[in-house]
Design a protein. Structure first.
Length: 298
């Protein structure tokens, strides 16, 4: 006896064959349109998979990355204009308003200063030039000093809003972490109007009165982490040099602890920098690999 195929009723009450649903055939979308519509995370995943399966493609991506790093190391970015912008936000932009209106604008000023700080941080990576890193750290210090020394309704309210804010300290630690050991040594000795950068940092620490910018001293400790001081030699007391070395070791241990405290911040921002590099690689991948395939009809 032939088997009877099971039927089901449609919306009109008629019975139809209950055929299994089939996966629709992939439409022949324009490849460029399809790529533009995909989420960046998916595209990066596809690109990574393709590169892992194709050594030639992997080599080309590494070459592009090396070229990007070389370009970054040759560019010097001057961030000083952002310290001037921050000072104007604090002291000039709303100085003609009544006190009550200035109070209302304090939040806008705080946000603008945070954006300036974050702009500096996001434009520095380990491969950046020494000039870029030096300008970044110097500008961040100036912004901090402007916040501490500016007077009036807006600066006072900005300081109140930044009491528990770690944006500035995290940015300074990040830039210091991006520096090579030799660059950190040089940074401490940078001349700032006849005074070393290290002394300027100590001045800023004093201005904060242990209220603003908590953890600021970690920046100076990180910069001095790799500093080597010559041991004291004395013919009668040779062990003095050993004692000095032990003391330096203790200081290095403290600085190393401060470096670990900043690791979480630096990892997050390096991830963001890596994302920007990956986005640049995606554009290159499309024009180098996808467009030629479209043109050949493959």
């Amino acid at each position: 006896m032939a088997s009877v195929k099971r039927q089901r009723a449609n919306t009109a009450g008629d019975f139809t064959d209950a055929a299994a649903p089939t996966k629709p055939a992939a439409l022949n979308h324009d490849l460029e349109t399809a790529i533009d519509a995909l989420d960046a995370t998916i595209i990066r995943s596809l690109l990574l998979g393709a590169a892992q399966a194709n050594e030639h493609l992997a080599s080309l991506i590494r070459e592009q990355h090396d070229a990007l790093l070389l370009k970054q190391s040759a560019i010097v970015i001057n961030f000083d204009w952002l310290s001037k912008e921050s000072w104007k936000e604090l002291n000039v932009k709303y100085d003609r308003l009544r006190a009550s209106k200035q109070y209302d604008r304090a939040g806008d000023v705080s946000d603008a200063i945070r954006e300036n700080i974050e702009h500096i941080q996001h434009n520095v990576v380990a491969a950046s030039s020494w000039g870029t890193k030096k300008s970044a750290l110097g500008t961040l210090r100036k912004i901090g000093k402007s916040i501490c020394l500016s007077s009036g309704v807006i600066p006072r309210e900005v300081r109140n809003q930044l009491l528990c804010d770690d944006t500035l300290v995290n940015a300074m630690l990040y830039v210091a972490q991006c520096m090579k050991p030799s660059e950190r040594d040089m940074m401490l000795e940078v001349d700032c109007d006849g005074t070393s950068f290290e002394e300027k940092l100590i001045e800023l620490e004093a201005l904060t009165e242990d209220i603003l910018f908590e953890g600021l001293e970690k920046v100076r400790l990180m910069l001095g982490h790799d500093r080597k001081e010559a041991p004291i030699k004395n013919e009668d007391q040779e062990d003095i040099g050993v004692a000095s070395g032990e003391a330096c070791g203790e200081a290095s241990g403290e600085a190393s602890f401060s470096g670990a405290a900043a690791a979480e911040v630096t990892d997050a921002n390096r991830g963001e920098a890596a994302k920007e590099e990956s986005d640049a690689a995606l554009g290159w991948f499309y024009h180098t690999w996808i467009m030629p395939l479209k043109g050949s009809g493959k």
